[in-house]
Design a protein around this ligand. Sequence first.
Ligand code: UDP
Ligand code: MG
Length: 154
Amino acid sequence: MERTLVLVKPDALQRGLVGEIVARFERKGLKLAGMKLMNLTDATLDEHYSHLKDKPFFPGLKSFMRTTPVVALCLEGVEAVEAVRGLCGVTNARRAAPGTIRGDMGMSNQCNLVHASDSLETAQAEVKRFFRDDELLSYASASDHTVYADDERK
Ligand code: UDP
Ligand code: MG
């Protein structure tokens, strides 16, 4: 099983959309391995968005991400990284497909409701960045055997 990181961003928190967003991941069949409300520090954001540090929107992005706490989720599933990115939709919410979180709930390129890891390698680093080992839980769920066929679970 893969694990991936999602951040429910401050715009979603302020708009009261946290529950709706978490529900979409649950309904898809992804399993919650970690979940917490947290304030992001400047240092964490510098690291998390280091690939964007030369972009003109970087200072604005950092200050947006510190407006309120965010909800960090670690989601588990077969090919979870790709599945979660698909549920989120493309970066610019105005252009995101209907049916996706960004497509259904957003109109902004920056205030686009969610962050999701973009590759397995990134996911491993990002889960570590936001969760300690003892904050990630493995447990059996009644749906484990209905969400996947036996030969799909790995
Ligand atoms: N972003 C922005 N302006 C842009 C592009 C991106 O403010 O022109 C913000 C937006 O919140 C986005 C984040 O920077 O989610 C990270 O950008 P990335 O290209 O990694 O997009 P994502 O992986 O979130 O779709
Ligand atoms: Mg990204």
